[in-house]
Design a protein around this ligand. Structure first.
Ligand code: VGL
Ligand code: ZN
Length: 208
């Protein structure tokens, strides 16, 4: 069985000092680098998703005349309104400087269509448009994913649920995940939902 380590959105805007920072992002980057080292030793490919929005993206509260953190509707799909984040070509969209970026074999951008948000690294939130990820994994004959990153309750969750739907075997590296937690339990609930849907929850010490 061929595996890949999928690093979800390890970008400046989701880390300390960024527009949409999660708690303990330093731990996430540290865990990512440790997981990368283990995967390099085991010949496991390392891939990353990158939230990559045009400045006009309608998930940004400023562009939709809404309040950050409120929930609304974007073209018929429930939408949390976000601060401006991960704008293409800006520092906020860069991978964290302490991440071992050199080790990344392939990057999959998402969220480029300003009309629809894209949490999953596979599909836009309308479940219509696909990124290159599924096709690339099929070409590589990779059937098992180790997933970690930010945010547990958005991009990690929807990436994992789509991966399971597409038939991948999925391990979630929980100590490499942190969430936004608009409500305090969101990340915990997201992990439980991933587990119920068939993901295995693992920690770094079991990865070797
Ligand atoms: C994300 C909110 C908006 C994420 C991306 O990476 O989880 N969350 N855009
Ligand atoms: Zn985004």
């Amino acid at each position: 069985m061929k595996s890949a380590l999928l690093l979800v959105d390890l970008q400046n805007d989701f880390c300390s000092g960024g527009a949409l920072a999660v708690q303990e992002s330093e731990k996430v980057i540290d865990t990512a680098n440790k997981a990368i080292d283990i995967c390099l030793k085991n010949n496991i490919k390392i891939i990353a998703s990158q939230d990559w929005h045009p400045a006009t993206h309608l998930s940004f509260a400023d562009n939709s005349g809404t309040q950050i953190g409120d929930i609304g509707d974007l073209n018929g799909i429930p939408q949390v309104w976000w601060p401006v984040h991960c704008v293409q070509g800006e520092i906020g969209s860069d991978f964290h400087p302490e991440l071992n970026i050199q080790a990344i074999d392939e990057i999959f951008t998402k969220g480029e269509n300003h009309q629809v948000d894209s949490y999953s690294a596979f599909f836009d939130n309308d479940q219509v448009t696909q990124t290159r990820l599924h096709q690339w994994l099929q070409q590589q004959q990779i059937t098992h994913l180790i997933v970690m990153g930010i945010a547990t309750d958005y991009c990690v969750k929807f990436t994992v649920l789509d991966a399971l739907t597409l038939g991948y075997l999925v391990d979630v590296l929980t100590d490499g995940c942190r969430g936004v937690n608009l409500s305090a339990q969101d990340s915990q609930n997201a992990l439980l939902e991933m587990q119920k849907s068939g993901a295995k929850l693992i920690t770094l010490n079991t990865l070797s």
